[in-house]
Design a protein. Structure first.
Length: 344
């Protein structure tokens, strides 16, 4: 092998990255035993930056374009490596490429509920899910703080770290926002904005720019949701006034319908039972309303209602359906039972 062939083989003339593998954010150019020739061409495509690292220190950062590597374009390396001596002092540094494309459609979620203080419910734990997008905004910082000297650094690896940052920032943002949970659940865009501002600052510390952040859903763990449902139920029950008792009666009827559907006889017996239940509820409401004004003797027990005609039961069932107190499936089942009795 001639001396010229040896020299040609050992020095690199062109450096570039084709991004052949999806999901790679940082890639080190494979130097092996090669060295960069004075005057070599560095190709940096749009949505890329290239970082020169010499003995563990960043020497320079190149944006998109074609760069000729000479003593004029790399003055720092000229001083370090004495390029004026050309091959007498070989130049060997590492070149890292970074993809600055926006990484879209990335999913996030809270694996464990986040505990926050709520002015309505005191301390609660919330869960949330959504989407976000990001990009490498500062390759120098990203290399120093996250990717380091690895040959390949992928999107999955960085997102493992970003998830921890996201959860920490979310807990801090939500905890200090003083936005009630009910307002968050009703306006997810409001919650997303509360989190995004703090999250963008946290990402920037690592050279990552937050492009978009949204909240798709926010909820309570099952046991807390059950407690919230009970509180809503208590609000429907209300106080001791006649109107409050009427709301409580409706609530009791709504709860009783699914239970009755599971009992022997199914929904067919609801028509007669409902008439009795509503009568009792009205009497209770009137009695309690009078009790607020002056003492009164307890009312006599109402007589047992007579068996209602099937046509009347059907009308009541239709009224329950229209008011949303029973489901269409329950209505259809009870209607079929009653029609069966009517037709014989």
């Amino acid at each position: 092998m001639s001396l010229g062939s040896f020299i040609k083989k050992q020095f690199i003339d062109v450096l570039q990255w084709n991004e052949e593998t999806e999901g790679v954010l940082a890639w080190r150019f494979p130097m092996q035993d090669f060295e960069i020739q004075n005057g070599a061409i560095l190709n940096v495509r749009e949505s890329q930056v290239a970082v020169f690292v010499n003995e563990g220190k960043i020497a320079d950062v190149f944006g998109p374009g074609t760069h000729k590597l000479t003593t004029q374009t790399l003055p720092l390396l000229t001083n370090l490596k004495n390029w004026d001596k050309l091959f007498d002092s070989p130049f060997k540094s590492d070149v890292y490429y970074f993809s600055t494309r926006v990484q879209t459609g990335r999913k996030w979620g809270t694996p464990q509920p986040i505990t926050i203080r709520d002015k309505d419910f005191d301390m609660i734990r919330v869960r949330a899910f959504g989407m976000y997008s990001y990009r490498i905004a500062d390759a120098r910082t990203f290399f120093t703080e996250i990717s380091g000297t690895r040959e390949v650094y992928t999107r999955d690896e960085v997102e493992d770290q970003l998830r921890g940052i996201l959860m920490s920032s979310m807990a801090s943002s939500l905890g200090g926002a003083n936005v009630p949970f009910l307002d968050m659940a009703a306006n997810q865009a409001l919650m997303a904005q509360e989190v995004k501002d703090g999250l963008a600052q946290a990402f920037a510390r690592y050279g990552v720019g937050l492009d978009e952040f949204n909240v798709a859903s926010i909820s309570l763990p099952e046991e807390l949701q059950a407690a919230l449902d009970e509180r809503i139920s208590a609000g429907m029950k209300g106080g001791l006034g006649a109107d409050k008792m009427s709301g409580y009666t409706k609530f009791q009827v709504a709860n009783a319908i699914p239970l009755a559907a599971q009992n022997e006889g199914g929904m067919a017996g609801i028509g007669a039972g409902l008439g009795a239940g509503l009568s009792i509820g009205q009497v209770m409401a009137q009695s309690m309303g009078g009790a607020l004004q002056q003492p009164a003797p307890a009312p006599a027990a109402p007589p047992a209602p007579a068996e209602e005609p099937i046509e009347a039961r059907l009308e009541k069932l239709k009224g329950l359906l229209d008011k949303g107190l029973i489901s269409p499936a329950d209505y259809d089942g009870a209607k079929a039972e009653l029609l069966k009795k009517l037709i014989g």
